[in-house]
Design a protein around this ligand. Structure first.
Ligand code: AMP
Length: 160
């Protein structure tokens, strides 16, 4: 009967460990889901103010989905920003919440702006680089999704 007791303990431990693993998996899944779905958008970020017309910008282009303007502190000869009109903190927030129309609108907007500022290959502008910074490791400063467009000269190494 001693043997039986030991194996009972083993069973109890196994169930406990299994429960713990399943619990941790559920917890991990829930935390990630919560993080993605509860990114709080700061309505007072500088680009939100530009969208509301409270702060001026050197506007390049606007349609129902996007607004594009020149960067206030250009890193290259040409440096433009393309932002969605919707309230999205970053690319993760955008890709998980935006509609197909908004997503298409933003990508098309980048192409349109590249043409308008004369850097696009389509208008023999020599090409450009478009990039988006996300979060802390990405070095994102303004918490409203924005695509950078750099051009007008050789842009150099992909990352420095
Ligand atoms: P990021 O580091 O990717 O968040 O880039 C933010 C960019 O926004 C920087 O390149 C800034 O120079 C630019 N920026 C900040 N404030 C303004 C503004 N009021 N008008 C235009 N560009 C701005």
């Amino acid at each position: 009967s001693k043997k039986l007791n030991i194996s009972n303990y083993g069973m109890v431990w196994m169930s406990f460990i299994k429960g713990l693993v399943v619990g941790l998996l559920i917890y991990h899944f829930f935390i990630n889901w919560w993080k993605v779905n509860n990114m709080t958008y700061d309505k007072n970020n500088i680009f939100a103010k530009i969208l509301r017309g409270e702060i001026p910008c050197k506007k390049i282009y606007e349609n129902e989905f996007v607004l594009a303007f020149h960067d206030i502190n250009p890193q290259k000869k040409v440096h433009a920003l393309v932002i969605p009109k919707g309230e999205y903190v970053n690319l993760d927030d955008f890709t998980s919440k935006a509609s197909e129309k908004e997503i298409a609108g933003l990508i098309k907007g980048i192409g349109t702006v590249a043409k308008k500022i004369g850097v696009s290959d389509v208008v023999k502008g020599g090409g450009y680089r478009s990039l988006v910074n996300v979060g802390e490791n990405g070095g994102q400063e303004v918490p409203h999704l924005h695509f950078h467009i750099f051009g007008g000269e050789k842009i150099g190494k992909m990352v420095s």
